[in-house]
Ligand binder design. Structure first.
Ligand code: RIB
Length: 283
């Protein structure tokens, strides 16, 4: 299968799980702390890898102990990390995540070395398939997309309206959640590629020029922590499309993979393997 290059963020996630999410200015006590590898780029890379793809990650970490923890699962599962550089001046990215009793989350990211992933650190040509998200500088995303020779997926998260229209036009696949879809609005219409919109536990749709061409619902699961579910959806949808699955089948595969991620705590610690997704789909 086509090799997938992911250009994106690498974080260490500090996750406090408690009874409720804090309101602005509120302190919620009684939470428990866990530390997991995360970052949208790293999560998507590992998701695609666990679903059967050859994956290389291009990113940046700090010269610190957090980097080892952040890269541990990627390394263990055979993601090619030769494109991950070490920045002497910035710490590894960190995400402070609050999770409530229903598995909903709030995330604040301290970008650290991810902000130092500049276009000069990219290869001149990105062969195979490319996945990007927006937790690294937008000019780096634009450069990666411009240098891509094959299938391009851009997960427009977190929403950043400063993204170049050339990126939207070049992408074969754009992925947004419903909040992000509202943020980008009509900029997601009239594009050559398809747009996947995720609606959390209600599933996802695939749209071409604003018209829905496929819909899928996830299996019913008990959500423990939704962190990383969207990233799994992205990695899984790209794997499915590269394998030539029909749109509705690809969407169903991605929804099932995302739903499984929500059944366990953490992002990368919860990413499913191919056999688990196939089992949920009854294959
Ligand atoms: O999408 C989930 C991810 O967002 C977390 O792993 C966190 O690191 C933030 O980047």
């Amino acid at each position: 299968m086509t090799v997938i290059t992911v250009v994106g963020s690498i974080n260490l996630d500090f996750v406090a799980t408690g009874s409720k999410l804090p309101e602005p200015g509120e302190t919620v006590t009684g939470a428990t702390l866990a530390i997991h590898p995360g970052g949208k780029g790293a999560n998507q890379a590992l998701a695609a890898r666990r679903l059967g793809a050859e994956v290389r990650l291009i990113g940046r970490v700090g010269a610190d102990a957090m980097a080892d923890q952040a890269l541990a699962l990627l390394r263990a599962d055979g993601v090619d990390l030769t494109g991950v550089g070490v920045d002497a001046a910035a710490p590894t990215g960190a995400a402070l995540i609050a999770v409530d009793a229903e598995g909903e989350n709030q995330i604040m990211v301290a970008s650290g070395a991810n902000a130092a992933l500049t276009p000069d650190l990219l290869p001149d040509v990105v062969d195979g398939a490319l996945i990007c998200q927006l937790e690294v500088p937008l000019e780096t995303v634009a450069a990666a997309v411009a240098r891509a020779t094959g299938f391009v997926c851009v997960n427009l998260a977190p929403a950043n309206l400063a993204i170049d229209d050339a990126v939207l036009r070049r992408a074969d696949l754009l992925v947004v959640n419903e909040g992000e879809a509202g943020d980008y609005g009509r900029r997601l219409h009239g594009l050559p590629g398809v747009v996947a919109v995720t609606w959390g536990s209600r599933g996802a749709g695939l749209l071409r020029d604003g018209v829905r061409v496929a819909t899928a619902e996830p299996p019913e699961v008990d959500a423990v922590d939704t962190t990383g579910a969207g990233d799994t959806f992205v990695g899984a949808l790209v794997v499915a499309m590269l394998e030539g699955m029909a749109p509705a089948e690809a969407l169903r595969f991605a929804c099932a993979a995302g739903a499984l991620t929500a059944t366990k705590a953490g992002a990368q610690t919860a990413l499913p393997w191919r056999a688990e997704v196939e089992a949920v789909l009854g294959r």
